[in-house]
Write a protein that binds this ligand. Structure first.
Ligand code: ATP
Length: 362
């Protein structure tokens, strides 16, 4: 039995169905992200787990106990919001103590628990400050401490880092994940930021228009997307349109490309699309090296001729866009201080392994 289960959960607001056929089983201690574009139903699903929304149908259980219709304060879940939602008239310590009082902890236990939480989030020296005297990152750490102080069975985080600037976001990401691991607390994390989801999660649930599109470990979500939507939403992807030649070959702008798998029984001459991640392709004759270039497969690599249309120097990586027929193919090479990036407008040959070609389905 899974620790937390959503079964056939559906939610509509009036005629508008915003979540449907939502099935998910989460193990104890797992860190799961809901990832998807704005409006795909992530927050609504999280709010149903928290008890702020009732499903129109379906059930939610924790350790086998049906909590679908329990009020938020009757279920043992902690939640952190994007907007921090600290009480402005309470100090940091009072904010963290608040939930403990509501949960009717013994007065003598509350002080030590607050101290413990403030130590965990490394802010014991700010106990007497008010929220307006804290930075955004500090406020969010206090909100996190308040949520976990009551020892919830499940921690729910709704885009907790999206209001913070980039550097703090990355460091808090690591802090949240290491805290979650240390406490072993089952966590659902809502985000539309794929890097956040991939870097933090045990498993990622990719949502699209109220449905689960794919559930998997970050490696598989990125490398083996099962739908066109997931392939496009997660990571950068170049799509090249072409026609099927046979079970292992497609024609892209008059050039043959071998594909490892995915064409199935597609008929010769049918329209198809292949896709490539920028790190699997390399530019022949260019001294920079693609991240996953494997010299063992040189003989079997595909070669596509095109013209360099754009060169973006991103620091550690140089992203090059090559026009192949009507489509653009992006590829990344590592920066090499000894090699000047190629010029726009020059002819180029892009190489990539058949095994790295994604054939896009539905
Ligand atoms: P975002 O990342 O923008 O927060 P989301 O994936 O979390 O998006 P939700 O907030 O769950 O999406 O919203 C899903 C859909 O449900 C949206 O179309 C939204 O307008 C609608 N919706 C959410 N709450 C309500 C409500 N209380 N009444 C009516 N419609 C709602």
């Amino acid at each position: 039995m899974a620790f937390l289960e959503l079964k056939e959960v559906r939610k509509s607001f009036a005629q508008n169905v915003v979540v449907q056929h939502f099935d998910l089983a989460i193990e104890r201690g797992e860190f799961v992200s809901f990832l998807g574009p704005s409006g795909c139903g992530k927050t609504t699903t999280l709010r149903m787990v928290a008890g702020f929304e009732l499903p129109s149908s379906g059930s939610i259980t924790i350790e086998g106990k049906d909590i679908t219709h329990l009020r938020p304060n009757q279920r043992n879940v902690g939640m952190v919001f994007q907007s921090y939602a600290l009480f402005p008239n309470m100090t940091v310590a009072q904010n963290v103590a608040f939930g403990l009082k509501v949960a009717k902890w013994q007065a003598a236990d509350i002080g030590p628990r607050v101290d413990e939480m403030l130590n965990i989030i490394k802010l014991p020296h700010l106990a007497e400050r008010y929220p307006y005297q804290l930075s955004g990152g500090q406020q969010q750490r206090v909100a996190l401490a308040r949520a976990i102080a009551v020892k919830p069975q499940v921690l729910l985080l709704d885009e907790p880092l999206s209001a913070l600037d980039a550097k703090i976001r990355v460091s808090l990401r690591e802090e949240i994940r290491s805290l979650q691991r240390k406490l072993g607390i089952t966590t659902i994390y809502v985000t539309h930021d794929q890097e956040e989801a991939l870097s933090m999660s045990d498993r990622v649930v990719v949502m699209n228009e109220g449905r689960v599109d794919q559930v998997g470990v970050p490696f598989d979500i990125y490398n083996h997307p099962t739908t066109r939507f997931v392939a496009n939403f997660v990571g950068t992807l170049s799509v090249l349109n072409g026609k099927v030649v046979d079970a292992g070959t497609v024609d892209i702008a008059g050039q043959r490309v071998s594909v490892g798998r995915g064409l199935g029984s597609a008929a010769a001459g049918a329209d198809c699309a292949i896709a490539l991640r920028p790190e699997v392709a390399t530019l022949e004759g260019f001294g920079g090296q693609g991240a996953t270039m494997n010299t063992a497969d040189l003989a079997t690599r595909n070669r596509l001729t095109g013209a360099i249309e754009d060169v973006a120097f991103l620091g550690s990586v140089v992203r090059i866009k090559v026009r192949i027929g009507t489509d653009l193919l992006s590829l990344d090479t590592f920066n090499n201080p000894g090699v000047t990036p190629p010029e726009r407008g020059t002819a180029a040959v892009v190489t990539f392994s058949p095994a790295d070609v994604l054939v896009l389905g539905k």
